[in-house]
Ligand binder design. Sequence first.
Ligand code: KG4
Ligand code: ZN
Length: 356
Amino acid sequence: MPKVLALETSCDESAAAVVEQRGGRLFVLSHRIASQIEEHAQWGGVVPEIASRRHVEALPHLIDAALDEADQSVADLDAVAATVTPGLVGALMVGSLTGRTLAALHGKPFMGVHHLEAHLASVRLAASPPKLPYVVLLVSGGHTELILVDKDGDFHRLGRSHDDAAGEAFDKVARLLGLAYPGGPAIQAAAKAGDPKRFSLPKGRVSRPEGGFYPYDFSFSGLKTAMLRQVESLRAEGGAFPLQDLAASFEQVVVDVLVERSLRCCHDQNQSTLVMVGGVAANARLREQMERQGRERGIAIHLAPLAFCTDNAAMVGAAALGRLQSGWNSSSLKLGVSARWPLESGEELYSKEPRF
Ligand code: KG4
Ligand code: ZN
C-alpha cells in the first residue's frame, strides 16, 4: 500500500506527516505541526525571514516525530512530498530542499505539491470522501475561490475574490478590533456571545462591465472599510465598545456571502456536491450554516476534517498520493519553488524539465 512522508512549509506552520493509501481510502499514520503564530503575532502578520528560520529549526524534529509515531523510516516509504508553490519563497525552499535531499539520499521519488491542490485534497482525509464531480469552496488566508473539479479530476475556476481573501479579511478586521493574529479564531471566539444582526454590513458584489454582477465572485474590501467606519463612529460616540456584536455581525455577513454564492454556484452548474476546504473552513458558524442550508437545498456538503483545514502536511500527502495513484511521474529533483503558480497548471510540477 503506497505511503508517503509529506512536508509543508509554505507560510507560518512547519509540518510533517506520514499518509498511507489502503484501497480507496487515505489514512494519516502521523502528523505533526509546529506553529510559529505566536512569534508572528507580535508583528500583526507573518514575517517571511522569521518564518524561514523557524522552519529550518523545526522541520528535522517534526520529521523524526512523524516517522517515529508512524513506526516508519524513509526507506519503508514510497515517496517524499513537499509543498513547492505558492507561498513565501524562503519558507517553501526549506521544505522543498529537505524533501529533495531525503528523497535523493534514500533513492525515493520526490513529489513537489501545489499548496492549493493539497487544500483541495484535504477532504479526501475525511471518513467518507466525496465522489467526483463536485464544486469546491476554497477559503483560506490567501484564496477565496469556487472551483469545479470535473469527473476526470480536472480543475475549472468558476469564482474568485477580486481583492482580499476571506481569511485576510478576518485577519485585518481582527486587528481593527484589537484582537490577536490570526484573526479567524479570535473573531470566532469574540462572536460567540454577540448579536449577528446588530450591524448591517455590505455583501461585496462585483459588477460586470456590461451590467449586473459576477454571480460567483467575491469582494471583501468594502466590508473591511464598512467595519472601519463603524468602529470609528462607535469610538467617537464613546460608551461601551460592542466588540462581540461587531465580531458576530462581521462573521455572519462573511458566512452569508460564502454560503449563498457557493450553493447558488452548485445549483446553476447542476452539481449536487459542495466541498469546503482551507483555513476559514475551520469556522464553526460557517461549517454549521453551510451544512444546514446545503441540506435544505438538497446539496451534499463535504467539509475537510477540522484538523486538516488550516495548513498541515497530511493534506500534502493526500495530494501526492492522488497524483501517484493517477499514474503521474514523480517530480524532477531540479524542481525549485515559486511564489505563485496557477492551480490549473499543476501538471508542470511533474515534468522532466520543470519551468521553475
Ligand atoms: O489555509 P490556511 O491555514 O493558510 C493559507 O493557506 O492561507 O488559512 C489561514 C487563514 C487565516 O486567515 C485565518 O485567520 C483563517 O484561515 N482561519 C479562520 C479560522 N481559523 C483559521 N477564519 C475563520 N474562522 C476560523 N475558525
Ligand atoms: Zn494554506
